[in-house]
Design a protein around this ligand. Structure first.
Ligand code: FES
Length: 325
């Protein structure tokens, strides 16, 4: 499925961080240093057997990025999501050995005079790592962390006891109106010196990004990472064909099969990771045809350019797509 380098790690600690949220500390079996990572990185976790066997899910690293003795991830148990989070909670225990990928970063920090980190729920994980990095380097930043309630706020005590504390603002949906996130005020006065990072559920991200754009934030100063892709309406999906430019061969793509899956069956492997249109790993150039973009990774401008697409989830509006493979 993926050529990403993998390694085996042991779950050296599993801990409840908030209602429905567990953290997992992962270390090498031989105790050696783990591959380094930068703030905003994630790893693939290969979920153990049973019904979820073969599933791979991405989790952001939420420990300090200078640490090499552990990776830490946190998972919200979401019975409504297909498989991954429930399997992590119910089937992965302290002492277990699991397979992960080496870290990758599609959500890296950029130099800025001021950095705004807006977290929705479990979307705090990459931003926690960023906040730690920014605090250690004496940067000017703010972390706005929105959750339903104090009970559902992972890492609250850790943040309060850390160098992040003076920069952190907690907002509870269930709390008093005056403490709720005033997005327009927080995002007021955009400038080329500022960067905005947002991570959380799709509705939260859409609200933040829409507000930021309305206030004049430049698209390339808004960085986002979705927490899983929103559900797509696939009821009207049609079949189409894909031509591989290097060979000229044409392959049919059935209505209920992704381009990645169809080509994989023909022995043509496209590197993938999330297979949900979130991570960007499968990015493929399009030479002809019109794409029906379904991903969360490309910007609106990149989608409109119709030069590249995510074959793990996106489809075609035209009868044929010619791919630069
Ligand atoms: Fe992640 Fe396609 S594999 S976007």
């Amino acid at each position: 499925m993926t050529a990403q380098e993998t390694l085996q790690v042991r779950v050296v600690k599993k801990q409840t961080e908030a209602e429905g949220i567990a953290s997992y500390e992962l270390a090498r079996l031989d105790g050696a240093a783990l591959p380094p990572f930068s703030a905003g990185s994630h790893i693939d976790v290969h979920l153990p057997g049973g019904q979820s066997g073969g599933l791979v899910r991405q989790y952001s690293l939420c420990n300090a990025s200078h640490e090499s003795h552990r990776y830490r991830i946190a998972v919200l148990r979401d019975p409504a999501s297909p498989g991954g989070s429930v399997a992590m909670h119910d089937s992965v225990h302290e002492g277990d050995v699991i397979t992960i990928s080496t870290p990758r970063n599609h959500f890296a920090l950029h130099p800025a005079q001021r950095t705004l980190l807006l977290a929705g729920g479990i979307g705090v994980t990459p931003l926690l790592c960023m906040a730690d990095r920014l605090a250690r380097t004496g940067a000017d930043f703010a972390l706005h962390y929105c959750t339903r309630s104090a009970e559902r706020t992972a890492f609250a005590a850790e943040i309060a006891a850390s160098a992040i504390a003076p920069h952190a603002h907690f907002h509870f949906d269930a709390g008093a109106p005056e403490q709720k996130l005033d997005t327009a005020t927080v995002l007021a006065a955009p400038s080329p010196d500022k960067r905005l990072y947002v991570c959380g559920p799709a509705g939260f991200i859409d609200h933040v990004v829409t507000t930021a754009k309305a206030l004049g934030w430049a698209q390339d100063h808004i960085h986002l990472e979705y927490f899983g892709a929103p559900a797509q309406d696939t009821s009207g999906d049609q079949g189409f064909e894909v031509r591989i430019a290097s060979t000229g061969k044409v392959y049919p793509i059935a209505p209920d099969v992704s381009v990645v899956e169809a080509l994989r069956k023909e022995g043509i492997d496209i590197l993938t990771s999330c297979e949900q249109g979130v991570c960007g790993t499968c990015l493929t150039r399009v030479l002809e045809g019109e794409v029906d973009h379904r991903d969360m990774y490309l910007t609106d401008e990149e989608k409109a350019a119709n030069e590249q697409f995510m074959p793990c989830c996106s489809r075609a509006r035209s009868k044929l797509l010619v791919l630069d493979l």
